[in-house]
Design a protein around this ligand. Structure first.
Ligand SMILES: [Zn+2]
Ligand SMILES: [Zn+2]
Length: 336
C-alpha cells in the first residue's frame, strides 16, 4: 500500500492512503463479528462488545431515554390523531436530525476543523449536475428533511397512536427490566441484520432505478448523505421499527430504533473515519466499510456486525489483495 500524504489547499494530513489518495487504514478492517465465530474467542468478543456499545450506542440510548421522558407526549394525549402532538414529534425529530447533521457538517466539512485527517476521499462536497440544484449538500438536505424526517415521524406517530389505544401490548420495564434492556441493546444488531436484506432488495434492478439511486448519487459522502434517500428507501429503513410492536417491546424501544436509524446513518456517512477532538485524541466515528459500498456499489451491503457479506462473499476491505475479486464480481454483474 502506498503511504502518501495528500497536499491540497496547503493541508498535509499524514494519513495512510492508497495511490489515488483515498484513506486506507493500515490495519485489518471489516473482520466479521467474533460473536459468530467458533470456537469462541472471549477477548475478541469483549473488544467487539466495547466498540459496539461505546461511545455511540450508549449516547443514543441516553438521548432516547431523555426523549421518552421529556420530549414525548403522554400516551393519554395520543389516543386520537391530532395535529398538536403529531407536530411536536415531527419538530423534535426534525430538530434532532438537522441538529446532528449540521453540527458534524459545519465542523468537518464547513470549517474543515481537522482538514484531511481521517478523511476518506480528498474531495469536498460536489457541485455536480446529478444533484438537485447542482449542489450535493442542498440535495442531501432536501431528501433528508423532506423524506427522512417525515417518514421516520410517520412510523413513530402511527405506532404511538396504536400503543396509546391499547392495540399493541407492551412490556413494563419495571416488571421486565432484563427483556427491556436486552431489546434496547440488541436494537443496533437487529438493524444490521435487517439492513442487509432491505439493502439487497434495494439493489434489485427495479428498486435501484426508482429509489436507491438517490442515495447512490453520493459517491463521496458526508453527514447529510446519511439519510439522503428516496422516500421509498426511507420506508424500507424505518420499517425496521415495526419489529417492536411485533415482539411487544416498550414504546421507548421503538423510538430508539427510529433514532438509531437516523443518528447511526448520519454519523456513519460522516466522510471521516475518526473525529479528532484534540491532538492525538479522536473518536472512532464513521464507517469506512460502508464508504466502500458508495465507491464500488456491489460490495459491503451490510455491516460486519452481522456478517452476511462474509458469508455470501460480497465483503471488501479495501485492500489491494481483495480488490481484484471485488472488481471481477462487479464486472460479472454489470459487464464493465
Ligand atoms: Zn450509504
Ligand atoms: Zn446501496
Amino acid at each position: 500500500m502506498a503511504n502518501i500524504s495528500v497536499e491540497r489547499d496547503g493541508l498535509v494530513d499524514g494519513m495512510p492512503r492508497d495511490e489515488r489518495g483515498y484513506w486506507r487504514p493500515d490495519k485489518d478492517i471489516g473482520l466479521p463479528n467474533p460473536v459468530f465465530s467458533w470456537p469462541p474467542k472471549p477477548v475478541k468478543i469483549a473488544k467487539w462488545l466495547k466498540a459496539y456499545l461505546w461511545p455511540f450506542t450508549i449516547i443514543y440510548i441516553a438521548v432516547t431515554i431523555l426523549t421518552w421522558l421529556y420530549l414525548t407526549p403522554e400516551l393519554t394525549r395520543m389516543t386520537e390523531l391530532r395535529a398538536g402532538w403529531i407536530l411536536e414529534i415531527f419538530l423534535r425529530n426534525q430538530l434532532m436530525l438537522i441538529g446532528l447533521a449540521t453540527v458534524l457538517h459545519v465542523r468537518l466539512w464547513g470549517r474543515k476543523a481537522q482538514g484531511y485527517q481521517y478523511k476518506w476521499s480528498t474531495k469536498w462536497m460536489s457541485k455536480s449536475k446529478k444533484f438537485l440544484w447542482n449542489d450535493q449538500v442542498r440535495d442531501n438536505v432536501f431528501w433528508s428533511v423532506a423524506g427522512a424526517g417525515t417518514v421516520w415521524t410517520a412510523f413513530e406517530v402511527l405506532m404511538l397512536y396504536a400503543y396509546a389505544n391499547g392495540h399493541i401490548a407492551y412490556i413494563d420495564p419495571r416488571e421486565q427490566p432484563v427483556s427491556f434492556a436486552l431489546i434496547l441493546l440488541l436494537a443496533p444488531l437487529w438493524y444490521n441484520f435487517y439492513f442487509y436484506w432491505a439493502h439487497r432488495l434495494l439493489h434489485t434492478r427495479f428498486l435501484y432505478k426508482v429509489a436507491h439511486y438517490v442515495h447512490h448519487k453520493n459517491i463521496d459522502v458526508g453527514p447529510w448523505s446519511g439519510v439522503s434517500m428516496h422516500p421509498i428507501e426511507h420506508v424500507f429503513m424505518y420499517a425496521s421499527m415495526l419489529i417492536h410492536p411485533l415482539i411487544g417491546a416498550h414504546p421507548l424501544n421503538m423510538i430508539f430504533q427510529g433514532q438509531f436509524v437516523t443518528f447511526g446513518s448520519i454519523v456513519g456517512h460522516g466522510g471521516f473515519e475518526d473525529m479528532v477532538i484534540k491532538d492525538g485524541v479522536s473518536i472512532p466515528f464513521a464507517n469506512y466499510w460502508h464508504s466502500l459500498h458508495h465507491r464500488y456499489f456491489e460490495c459491503n451491503y451490510g455491516e460486519p456486525a452481522v456478517p452476511f457479506d462474509h458469508i455470501f462473499g460480497t465483503n471488501y476491505d479495501g485492500s489491494p489483495a481483495a480488490r481484484e475479486k471485488m472488481l471481477a464480481r462487479r464486472r460479472a454483474m454489470h459487464g464493465s
